[in-house]
Write a protein that binds this ligand. Structure first.
Ligand code: IPM
Ligand code: MG
Length: 364
């Protein structure tokens, strides 16, 4: 198959982790007889420096015209001073909205080799951690009006949050469909004891539930959910929630699996063109040091193959390769056991980790 992939390296560790993932993708292409053409796209701080805009329209166009987009990470201290509408993160939000990718899928699954890296007690981890957060990605407070005005001699900041029934329904359906393909349990997370948006959310979810009798729907308030994720994560199968709650809960969920560096994500709309990115940020403090964990990005590329290109075997091959490398004891520093000296694991850098995964793929 021939596929055009838009590639956004971004800022901080973005270029290192994306290069690692491209090495893996090219190896898979060779092995399975595909051709992947890469089209570089500037977004984030680097685009502000080069073009004075975190996502110039031509760049967005390249993404929309591609078969899918692979993204590293954007942002950094350097651009903290620019106005809100020009921040690197704004480029990312415009990309998500421009591509119409309303459904963000973030798996929280513990790799057996990394059980010790979880900050949770082993009796909790041993019950199993394997759930998915389905996050609404292009609505809610992220996309409402943001403004700061002066009232009675002081500044007043306002961020609007709104959801329409149809916006809730389309993400709700993804939640139900995802649960249907997994354990059949969907937990809808909101704050209906306070917010109108959440009351509407809950109402729509229950209306949809009638169409999915094979899925068990439960409701949970977001503060309780934050607690339950650390108390007993084994209770969750699929969580569906709005944009900001999903942002926060997915960081929490990633941490209990050992490291945020391991978690990929897919974002899809109505078509097959998706946006694939690790859920971690640009980590400017370790940029250029070759110590970042490229696995979250490599697994994002693997999700791209599965969900956008229908290449199930190719995707499985990458996951198996990651499994084997972990099994052999190779670790980047974020997943290295605390007691490094007495551990049988070997610490490797970003490039080396990618090479090891590539060797496994070639050997399969
Ligand atoms: C994420 C990130 C982004 C978000 C930032 C960088 C805008 O935290 O993908 O979770 O809040 O969505
Ligand atoms: Mg986040």
């Amino acid at each position: 198959m021939n596929k055009k992939i838009a590639v956004i390296r971004g800022d901080g560790i973005g270029p290192e982790i994306v290069n690692a993932a491209l090495g893996v993708l090219s190896t898979v292409a060779d092995k399975f007889g595909h051709t992947f053409n890469y089209d570089d796209v500037d977004m984030g701080g680097c685009a502000i420096d080069k073009w004075g805009d975190p996502l110039p329209v031509e760049m967005l166009k390249k993404c929309i015209e591609s078969d899918s987009v692979l993204l590293g990470a954007v942002g950094g201290k350097k651009w903290d001073v620019v106005p809100g509408h020009m921040r690197p993160e704004k480029g990312l939000l415009r990309l998500r909205a421009g591509m119409g990718v309303y459904s963000n899928n973030r798996p929280a699954k513990i790799w057996p080799q990394l059980a010790d890296a979880s900050p949770l007690k082993s009796e909790i981890v041993d019950k199993g951690i394997d759930f998915i957060i389905v996050r609404e990605l292009i609505g809610g407070i992220y996309f409402g009006e943001h403004k700061t005005t002066e009232v009675n001699g002081e500044n007043k900041a306002t961020d609007d949050m709104s959801y329409t029934e149809s916006e809730i329904e389309r993400i709700g359906r993804i939640g139900f469909e995802t649960a249907r393909k997994r354990g059949g349990k969907l937990c809808s997370v909101e704050k209906s004891n306070v917010l109108d948006c959440s009351r509407l959310w809950k109402k729509v979810m229950h209306r949809l539930a009638k169409e999915y009798p094979d899925v068990t729907l439960t409701d949970m308030l977001v503060d309780n959910c934050a607690m339950q994720i650390v108390k007993d994560p084994s209770q969750f199968d699929v969580i569906v929630t709005e944009n900001m709650f999903g942002d926060i809960l997915s960081d929490e969920a990633s941490m209990i699996t050992g490291s945020i560096g391991m978690i990929p994500s897919s974002s899809l709309g109505n078509g097959t063109c998706g946006l694939y990115e690790p859920i971690h940020g640009s980590a400017p403090d370790i940029a250029g040091m070759d110590i970042a964990n490229p696995i979250g990005t490599i697994l994002s590329a693997s999700m791209m193959l599965k969900y956008s290109f229908d290449m199930e075997n190719e995707s499985d091959c990458i996951e198996k390769a990651v499994y084997n490398v972990l099994e052999k004891g190779y670790r980047t520093s974020d997943i290295m056991p605390q007691d490094e000296l007495s551990s049988s694991c070997e610490k490797v850098g970003c490039r080396k980790m990618a090479e090891l995964i590539i060797d496994e793929i070639k050997a399969m």
